[in-house]
Structures are given as C-alpha cells and as structure tokens.
Write a protein that binds this ligand. Structure first.
Ligand code: ATP
Ligand code: MG
Length: 207
C-alpha cells in the first residue's frame, strides 16, 4: 500500500503543497499528526482546499496546537502534554500521505525528536527539498540523519525552479533518487496540482 511520510529539509519548504499534489494526483488521504499554529488555517484545511477533496480524505490531527512554534514548545504554551502513543498512523483504505512538522530533528516533546516517531512507523520517507541556494547542505544533512536512523528513503521531491547542478549533486552525493520537481505555481488549485503531477512525476514511482 502506498503510504508515505512527507518530510522536508526545513519548515516552509513546500511539504503541504507537495502533499496536496500527491493527494490530488494519487487520490490519497492526508494526515498531519501534529499541527502547530492555527492562525490562517491548518495544513489539513489547506490540503483539502488546494486538492479539492472532501473531508473524508482528511484524517483529523492527533494534536492541533494554536501556537506557531516547534511542537514541543507549542504544546507547552497551549498547556498540552503530547502522548506519543496517540501518534498512531491511521488505518485508511488506499494511499496515505502523512505530513510531518517542520524538519526531521524537530522536537515533539522535550525528550523525543520527530525522527524517532517516524522510525516507529516504518513508512518510507519522501524528503522535500528546495532547489534554491543552500539546498545541497540541508538536503545532504537530512539524508545523513535518515541513514543514521535507518529510515527507508523513498526519494526526493524538489520544490522550485530548476537548478540542474544542485539537483544532480544531491542525487549523486546523497545516493538517492529524485521523484520529480514541483515547479512554482501561480495558482494552487486542484487543476494545476494535477497538471504539475502529470507533467513532472510518474504515478508508478508511488505504487
Ligand atoms: N510549488 C509551489 N508553488 C507556489 N507556492 C508554493 C509552492 N510550494 C510552496 N509554496 C508556498 O510556500 C509557502 C510554504 O509552503 P508549505 O506551506 O507547503 O510549506 P511546509 O513545508 O508545509 O511548511 P510547514 O513546515 O509550516 O508545514 C506557502 O505559502 C506555499 O503556498
Ligand atoms: Mg506544511
């Protein structure tokens, strides 16, 4: 079954937009286990809007925290104690996209990093990486951490304008495959996300 963790080299790198594209392109369900920051909407509501999917494709968050910060601090600020046992991958039929918070080394609690939670799930990781300057360092470091934790790496999705040498260097030096590149879109709606998926990705890579 196609179930993937969507992580990234940093916060704001494009994980939610890539997730919405995969929800639209693969007909997948979506789960954001921990939402930290609710002003301006949640990632789940943005995915539903962008991908044009109804509520049944969106699994409710295990934790929806109001403060926009790292989950460990957002929870503390909201007076919430995060119970790791509640972070169980939902049992949905069909493909599932699970979007992490920020990057791999984000603390979920004062003693647990997000990558430790991922390691307990045994799902392949898709790493979203910018194409802009600085991406080689951030992406190779993220891949090194994934290797350290022995997580299965499904591939990289680049986000942004083409940067041939950076993309090539990451693939070659990181020993990882590129699943495709998500271009910058002026309008983030279902039609454009589907078109971006069809033009830049191979559905069989997500089987
Ligand atoms: N391909 C794209 N085309 C146009 N805008 C994009 C694209 N990818 C990302 N963006 C914009 O960049 C911003 C950050 O993207 P996004 O919210 O997907 O990042 P994220 O990695 O999910 O962040 P977070 O760590 O907060 O979950 C958003 O305003 C989003 O609309
Ligand atoms: Mg997001």
């Amino acid at each position: 079954m196609s179930r993937f963790i969507i992580s990234g080299t940093d916060t704001g790198v494009g994980k939610t937009v890539v997730s919405a594209m995969l929800v639209a392109g693969l007909g997948a369900s979506y789960w954001k286990p921990i939402q930290a920051g609710t002003d301006g909407g949640t990632d789940a509501t943005r995915v539903a809007e962008m991908a044009g999917v109804a509520g049944e494709k969106i699994v409710s968050e295990a934790y929806c925290l109001s403060h926009p910060a790292s989950p460990h601090f957002s929870a503390e600020t909201d007076g919430v104690s995060i119970d790791l046992e509640r972070l169980e991958v939902p049992d949905v039929s069909g493909p599932l996209i699970v979007e992490g918070a920020g990057g791999l080394m984000v603390p979920i609690t004062r003693s647990t990093l997000q990558i430790e939670v991922f390691a307990g799930w045994d799902l392949p990781v898709i790493l979203c990486a910018r194409t802009s300057l600085g991406t080689i360092n951030h992406t190779l470091m993220s891949l090194a951490v994934l290797h350290d934790w022995e997580l299965p790496i499904h591939g990289i999705i680049f986000v942004g304008e083409e940067n041939r040498d950076s993309q090539r260097t990451i693939v070659e030096m990181g020993g990882v495959r590129a699943l495709g590149r998500m271009p910058q879109l002026d309008v983030l709606d279902r039609e454009n996300l589907r078109a971006a998926f069809d033009a830049n990705f191979q559905p069989e890579d997500f089987a």
